[in-house]
Design a protein around this ligand. Structure first.
Ligand code: A2R
Length: 313
């Protein structure tokens, strides 16, 4: 019998087609009455297709006592209560590795945009100011600068390689030293922030990383330092960040993620020393297709009784 699965939000057409072909798919976001749909189909649901933002909400878990697997689109699974899933025997998969390059590109893109003032210079040309006012003016440069990576994991290592290509010095902070990596390790994040020009955040959202980039860390980064966050908004004390940017306590920020997406603190909109992105880190055609493929393949492996490709629980 075809397994019944619940899709929590719209997914790539290729993913929806593949899942429709293999399962009876119930589209929760299309339900006029969410609770009614959950009450109706919940008892028959064996799989959930979700993403890093939607996670696995409590009402879905409660309504689906026979749930066996949640296949999530995205590497971060902070929106899924992994302990609760383990307790209920629900397997969880994510989509690691296939997005490393895209997210690393975004980190470097934000760094280059911020330091070379590419958005402002683009606007300058479009406004005809190159003709009316002359040359744009001088900017900073990445070459020779020191970058501290918070989270030298799969993506962090790709960012490190790209920073080396920019002739930057790379150091990192994590909970444990990785002795086989060539970069100097800082056990203390604040000490690292004090020593670097750039702080790039790429550790997972979790209870242990919440607010880890605190006011003290930002102040240690200092007026000549800049923050880049391509991880999760929860890692940064956003109110302190806005305050430090406004008062010049840090030099600038390149932000792809925010605490309450898609809401972005409006105070940032008028600031010249920030570059903003609407969580686009992995949002390329190639990477999203590969992520979607993993969502489909993890579900297929589960229902075929095969080992999961990328399990987190
Ligand atoms: O702490 P370590 O040595 O296990 O290093 C991990 C680091 N990390 C932390 N660093 C400092 N304080 C913490 N409480 C903490 N927790 C974890 O983050 C590791 O080097 C890195 C995470 O690497 P991966 O697990 O390989 O994750 P990946 O694929 O690089 O993605 C990172 C995050 C995702 O969770 C999404 O939220 C975001 O990037 O797109």
């Amino acid at each position: 019998m075809t397994a019944e699965i619940l899709m929590l939000g719209r997914m790539l057409p290729s993913v929806m087609e593949a899942l429709d072909a293999a399962y009876t798919v119930h589209r929760l976001w299309e339900a006029p009455d969410r609770a009614a749909m959950l009450a109706d189909v919940g008892p028959r649901i064996r799989g959930v297709a979700t993403d890093g933002h939607l996670g696995l909400p409590g009402d879905v878990m409660e309504a689906c006592p026979g749930l066996e697997i949640a296949s999530s689109y995205g590497v971060g699974y902070d929106a899924i209560d992994i302990d609760a899933c383990r307790a209920r025997g629900i397997r969880v998969t994510n989509t690691p590795d296939v997005l490393n390059d895209a997210v690393a590109e975004m980190a470097l893109g934000l760094m280059l945009s911020l330091c070379r003032r590419i958005p402002q210079a683009d606007a300058y040309v479009r406004a005809g100011k190159w003709v009316s006012e002359g040359n744009f003016g001088l900017t900073g440069e990445l070459t020779g600068r020191k970058v501290g990576i918070l989270g030298l994991g799969r993506i962090g290592k790709e960012i490190a390689r790209r920073c080396q290509a920019m002739k930057m010095q790379v150091v990192y902070h994590g909970r444990t030293e990785q002795v086989h990596e060539p970069y100097p390790f800082y056990a203390d994040l604040e000490a690292m922030a004090r020593d670097v020009d750039w702080l790039v955040v790429i550790a997972p959202g979790s209870a242990s990383t919440k607010g880890i980039v605190s006011r003290a860390v930002l102040e240690a980064l200092g007026p000549d330092g800049a923050l880049v966050n391509v991880a999760r908004g929860s890692l940064v004390d956003e109110a302190a960040l806005v305050d430090c940017l406004a008062s010049g306590k840090i030099g600038g920020a390149g932000l792809d993620v925010f605490e309450a997406e898609p809401k972005v603190p409006e105070a940032l909109f008028g600031m010249d020393n920030v570059v903003l992105q609407p969580h686009q880190g992995s949002a390329t055609h190639k990477t999203r297709a590969a992520m979607g493929d993993l969502v489909v393949k993890n579900l297929a492996a589960h229902f075929a009784g095969l080992p999961l490709l990328t399990p987190v629980a």
